[in-house]
Design a protein around this ligand. Structure first.
Ligand SMILES: [Mn+2]
Length: 317
C-alpha cells in the first residue's frame, strides 16, 4: 500500500503518463481514468488514455472518451508511469495490455478487495464508493482544482458506482465530492440525460425477454440472457449490461444473478442486498468484486454454470 505522497512525487518527477482501466470500461473505470487524464494535463503533463475497449456508446460524450486508444501499437512509449483505474486483477485489463517497457511503473488506483494487486504503487481503498474518490484525493494532494471536465468525469464515476447515490457505500465523502463536482460545473440532469435517457429501443425489447426469464430459488432471483435471445433482439452485448439490479430489487430477494451465455461458457453478474458476500462467491470461480457486487466467468454450459452458482450460494448463505 503506497502513500499518497509517493504517488505525488512520482507525478511531479515525470512528464509522460498513460492512464488506463479494466477492459469493457464502465462508468467508474472510464470516468476515473479520464478525470486523472484531465488532472495530470492541468499540471502540464503529456497524458494518453488506453483501454482494451472503447468507451461504451452511452458514455462516449465524456470529455476525452473519444481519444481512448484501444490499439497498444499506437502507444508512443515509454511512459514514466501508468495509472490503472478500477482494476484488482491484471487479467481484467485484457490480453493486449502493454508491457512494462511501455507502461513504466504501474500505479493502481482501486477500491476492490483483492489478493492480486499488480501495482508497483497502489492507492487502494475498499471503502471508497468509487475510484473517482481516490482520484479526487490524488488531485487534491497535487493541488489540481476541479475543472468542468474533471468534475463531469468524477460525477460519472460516482453516479455509476453508487447507483445514483443510493448503495451502501455512499457516504459523506461521496456526497461532499458530488457537491464539489456540481460546484465545479457538473450538471446532474445533463449527465443523466446524455448517459441514461438515450437508450436504444433494442435494449427495451431485450429487457422484456430477459425479464421473462426470471426464476426465483429461495431468496435468489436469476435472469438469463441466452445467445439466441441476444441475437434475436438486435441489441449489442453492451446494451444488455446493468440488468442484474432488477433481479436483486425484488421483494424478499437477497441476491440477484444475471447469466450471460457466451460461446465458451457463462459470464455471471451478482448483486447482494448486503447479507450475502457475493464477492466471495465470485472468487470461488476466479472472479471477484465487492461484497455487494461481483462477477465471474464459468466455462461450460449455461445449465452447468447455473447449477454451480446455486451450489456456491447455498454454501455461503
Ligand atoms: Mn468501481
Amino acid at each position: 500500500m503506497a502513500h499518497l505522497a509517493e504517488v505525488v512525487r512520482l507525478v511531479r518527477a515525470g512528464q509522460r503518463f498513460l492512464v488506463s482501466g479494466h477492459a469493457n470500461p464502465d462508468g467508474d473505470a472510464l470516468g476515473s481514468m479520464l478525470a486523472t487524464l484531465h488532472g495530470l494535463r492541468a499540471l502540464g503533463k503529456d497524458v494518453v488514455a488506453y483501454d482494451h475497449d472503447p468507451a461504451p456508446r452511452r458514455l462516449a460524450f465524456l470529455p476525452g472518451a473519444d481519444a481512448v486508444v484501444t490499439d497498444p501499437k499506437l502507444l508512443d512509449g515509454p511512459f514514466d508511469a501508468t495509472f490503472v483505474h478500477d482494476c484488482g486483477d491484471l487479467k481484467l485489463l485484457g490480453d493486449r495490455f502493454p508491457p512494462p517497457s511501455v507502461t513504466g511503473r504501474i500505479v493502481v488506483l482501486d477500491h476492490h478487495a483483492t489478493a492480486r494487486d499488480f501495482g508497483d504503487l497502489s492507492l487502494r481503498d475498499v471503502k471508497a464508493a468509487a475510484v473517482g474518490i481516490i482520484v479526487a484525493r490524488l488531485l487534491d494532494a497535487l493541488g489540481v482544482p476541479l475543472s468542468p471536465a474533471i468534475a463531469e468525469c468524477l460525477w460519472c464515476s460516482l453516479a455509476s458506482d453508487t447507483g445514483w447515490f443510493r448503495y451502501a457505500s455512499t457516504d459523506l465523502e461521496t456526497m461532499r465530492l458530488a457537491t464539489a463536482c456540481v460546484e465545479a460545473g457538473a450538471v446532474p440532469w445533463d449527465f443523466a440525460r446524455r448517459s441514461e435517457e438515450t437508450q436504444p429501443a433494442a435494449r427495451l425489447k431485450l429487457m422484456a425477454r430477459v425479464f421473462d426469464s426470471l426464476e426465483i430459488v429461495g431468496t435468489t432471483a436469476f435472469l438469463t440472457l441466452s445467445r439466441a435471445t441476444l441475437a434475436q433482439s438486435g441489441a449489442t452485448t453492451a446494451e444488455a449490461e446493468g440488468l442484474v439490479g432488477y433481479a436483486r430489487g425484488l421483494d424478499g430477494i437477497e441476491v440477484g444473478v444475471m447469466f450471460y451465455e457466451k460461446s465458451d461458457g457463462v459470464r455471471v453478474s451478482l448483486r447482494s442486498k448486503g447479507d450475502v458476500d457475493v464477492g466471495a462467491v465470485a472468487e470461488l470461480f476466479g472472479g471477484g468484486g465487492h461484497k455487494a457486487a461481483a462477477g465471474c466467468f464459468i466455462a461450460g454450459t449455461l445449465a452447468d454454470g447455473r447449477a454451480r452458482i446455486l451450489q456456491a450460494l447455498g454454501q455461503t448463505a
